[in-house]
Design a protein around this ligand. Sequence first.
Ligand SMILES: C[S@@+](CC[C@H](N)C(=O)[O-])C[C@H]1O[C@@H](n2cnc3c(N)ncnc32)[C@H](O)[C@@H]1O
Length: 283
Amino acid sequence: MTSTQEQIEVSYDVSNEFFELWLDENMHYTSASYLTGDETLEQAQIQKCRILADYAEVTPDSLVLDIGCGWGSNLEFLVRERGVKRAHGITLSTAQCEWIHAKELDGVKAIVKDYAEYEPTEKYDALVSIEMIDHLCSPAQSHKGMAIELYRKYFAKCASWVESGSCFGFQAILRNRVPRNRKDLADLKFTADVIFPGGLNPRLEELTAAVNPHWEILETRTQRTSYGKTTGEWLRRLRANEATIREKWGDQVFIDYERYLDTCVRAFDAHWSSDVQMKLRKI
Ligand SMILES: C[S@@+](CC[C@H](N)C(=O)[O-])C[C@H]1O[C@@H](n2cnc3c(N)ncnc32)[C@H](O)[C@@H]1O
């Protein structure tokens, strides 16, 4: 695995209360899907879940796995809006898992587990994974040419959890282009080193190579501007809570998160980064 449990805790265990101040009310920590551009962040987050559940061909009777389930926002969507009776989630963050357990959602089971060590006792009918693959290859591993191999290992493991014909609603942040000036490069490096240590966003072509030989790509949808709007809204909410954040978690936390989110807004605007959703079907 690339991001270790300690590195994941740097990214997600600042404090649940901290993330509550600037994420949407259901704590989605990934790009929303703005379809008209006029939606609230909350509406656009639900639209993201609908797209991925449709890609995964989820029905109320499906046993669904969310790989890298965060604070359980998509699991909650599945049981509440799609009537799914059994939805499982794995995450590497203890704080996220405790948060999900505290919600006591009927049919939801979440555990702290590295995907590479997960051995479910029954097959799933549908898979969803939202921006978890961005933790699976470090910059150093990518420089050594290991990215496709690491992503292929992930797609192979996911394929082992379902029967042929089952579908996977998959979403990832993408690395598209490298900025040209030193300040922008330094801001991206800061985000990778300080906010998401051990992680690196994949390139679209790495993903399309790595799904082979297990998955057929049925649809690909990119949503660069949606992530720009999502991070812009997170930044606005973070700034609106500046005084509370500085008081409770210290000046450095506010300074670091403001720099990270401001960098994200510029990264999506300037095409350095994008976001992709894919419908995959096991061959
Ligand atoms: C950016 S968060 C996304 C959370 C959630 N999918 C959402 O949409 O809000 C990435 C998630 O992947 C999880 N994760 C990272 N590496 C993992 C691994 N090796 N095994 C299981 N979960 C992992 C993290 O714990 C975190 O919950």
